[in-house]
Design a protein around this ligand. Structure first.
Ligand code: SAM
Length: 269
């Protein structure tokens, strides 16, 4: 069955106030916007029947901010589907709550979809260092939503290549072990370099999440599989990263087949 359109969430799912956002970001009665053509084409794990309920009912159904976030997601998917998936950022929200996280790092912002979700999950005095080589998509798509949601003050956006920015952070003693959570969703060739820096910045007991670690299954592609050179290079870098963290005694890992593959590393030493 392929779903192309569905009715708005019923009031059973529409129960403000939302604990994930400031009360002003929540509404008591409103109908969600109808899915955009782009959204109805998008897919969670390629399964349309899962996407729409996941977006409307289980992820974005609690407050206005998540509607806005959903719109951001739709726009993002129109621009190449680079954003994290709704169920993935919902998982982050839960993990951040369970960690009692106050400080986070995001490597790879794009429009700011996952950044907004993290900002919503952090407490009022929470802070996120967000790193990207460009602010272009953040300024045009995500920033207005984030401003409206009331969490912009939590975000410290740093424009630049992530490695030098992280090196700069590591060089400041006060940053060592000061962060509770990091999400890495940028270039794949640098995963191991990011890992080394983030292990210095994230506290013992904190969590580092790496996106795209299954890369549409390309990580398991045969040497002669018909995939692009670019994807072949990414897949090789991800395989190297995954093999290294699997035996890294400083972390406990969990490989999830959610979205495009997500590797969670909990720092234990
Ligand atoms: C997949 S998108 C991030 C999506 C975002 N996390 C989300 O879920 O909404 C990847 C982003 O990483 C950025 N990026 C790629 N290589 C980078 C690097 N070496 N340093 C900093 N940012 C980089 C790109 O500019 C792009 O915006």
């Amino acid at each position: 069955m392929r779903l192309t359109h569905r009715s708005p969430p019923s009031s059973t799912f529409w129960k403000p106030p939302c604990s994930l956002a400031s009360p002003t970001a929540c509404v008591s009665s409103a109908s969600p916007p109808p899915p955009t053509p782009c959204e109805s084409r998008a897919a969670v794990l390629g399964i349309h029947e899962l996407l729409v309920p996941a977006l409307d009912r289980f992820v974005h159904a609690r407050c206005l901010t998540f509607f806005l976030l959903r719109r951001t997601c739709a726009e993002t998917r129109c621009r190449g589907g680079m954003a994290a998936s709704p169920d993935q950022v919902q998982l982050f929200g839960l993990l951040l709550e369970m960690l009692g996280a106050r400080k986070a790092i995001e490597v790879g912002v794009f429009t700011g979809y996952s950044l907004l979700a993290t900002a919503l999950a952090l407490p009022d005095d929470g802070k996120i260092v967000a790193i990207d080589v460009t602010r272009e998509f953040y300024d045009s798509v995500g920033s207005p939503v984030i401003e409206k949601s009331g969490v912009a003050r939590k975000i410290d956006f740093r424009v630049g290549l992530a490695l030098p920015v992280l090196d700069q952070m590591v060089a400041e003693e006060r940053n060592k072990g000061a962060f509770d959570f990091a999400f890495v969703d940028a270039d794949k060739e640098s995963l191991l370099s990011y890992h080394e820096r983030l292990l210095q910045l994230v506290r013992v007991g904190g969590l580092i999440a790496y996106d795209n670690t299954l890369l549409r299954g390309h990580v398991a592609a045969a040497p002669d599989a018909p995939i692009s050179d670019r994807h072949r290079a990414f897949a090789a870098a991800i395989r190297e990263f995954s093999a290294a963290v699997a035996v890294d005694r400083r972390v406990h890992i969990c490989q999830l087949a959610i979205a495009d593959g997500l590797t969670l590393c909990r720092r234990v030493a």
